[in-house]
Design a protein around this ligand. Structure first.
Ligand SMILES: *[C@@H]1O[C@H](CO)[C@@H](O)[C@H](O)[C@H]1NC(C)=O
Ligand SMILES: *[C@@H]1O[C@H](CO)[C@@H](O)[C@H](O)[C@H]1NC(C)=O
Length: 217
């Protein structure tokens, strides 16, 4: 029952939090997936281990600005997902890319997350990222009515690598967090990966476990 409660809160409070920047399914398929996950107890045990490592007690650490002002224009374009946490909606998705484009009219960033599902079918999901009072932190939504999820650029050199974290408070007594290591190329230096993984722990996300995203398409 406790597991069921956690999953319900998790699903309602941050259905969108786990889908940045990589997404398995289009929104409709995703809703279909979320609903049985909430109500079908037989499925719960399967997914609980994946969720557990993303839930921490207490509140998220305060997002910090980068040492230099964030250069959004240099950050736009295509990033390859090298490693990710947050497996719940990402069963077997390969060759995940995130593409960021400026929507001049709305002042938002248009997010296109794409990948190849286990059946070999290309999938893509479009979201929007709105600016916040911190230049390197965005509020991302994939469904119009969903709560927005944090998208915090923790570290980037714009041309090589990025570390992105999403930490979302749930009722102030626990938080759900995830992280992504991105590269401008389908691979990334091991040394850089290790440095970024260490940074995630320094921030206090000690439970997060990264897995490799295959970039073999
Ligand atoms: C519940 O889960 C079982 C096992 O995965 C599945 O066979 C069944 O179709 C699911 N029921 C619903 C309503 O999704
Ligand atoms: C999203 O990205 C995929 C993969 O690059 C592409 O095929 C698709 O056309 C893009 N969708 C939009 C709306 O730009």
């Amino acid at each position: 029952m406790k597991q069921f409660f956690i999953l319900c809160v998790f699903a309602f409070a941050s259905a969108s939090a786990f889908v940045i920047p990589s997404l398995t399914l289009d929104p409709l398929q995703q809703i279909k997936r979320i609903v049985p996950e909430i109500f079908n107890l037989t499925d719960l045990r399967v997914d609980l281990d994946d969720i557990k490592s993303s839930i921490s007690p207490g509140k998220c650490p305060e997002a910090t600005e980068l040492p230099e002002p964030f250069k959004l224009n240099s950050f736009l374009g295509t990033w390859y997902e090298i490693k990710r946490t947050g497996q719940i909606f990402e069963n077997g998705l390969r060759c995940v890319q995130a593409n960021y484009k400026l929507d001049q009219a709305a002042g938002n960033v248009i997010v296109n997350n794409s990948g190849v599902n286990p059946k070999g079918k290309p999938v893509a999901t479009i979201g929007t990222a709105a600016t916040t009072d911190k230049s390197n932190v965005f509020a991302v939504k994939f469904f119009p009515l969903s709560p927005s999820a944090q998208y915090w650029v923790v570290d980037t050199d714009y041309t090589g690598y990025s570390l992105v974290v999403s930490c979302n408070n749930v009722f102030g007594f626990f938080n759900i967090n995830d992280a992504w290591i991105l590269s401008r190329k389908p691979s990334l230096d091991n040394e850089i990966i290790q440095k970024l993984e260490a940074k995630v722990i320094e921030l206090g996300f000690t439970k997060l476990r990264f897995t490799d995203t295959p970039q073999d398409c």
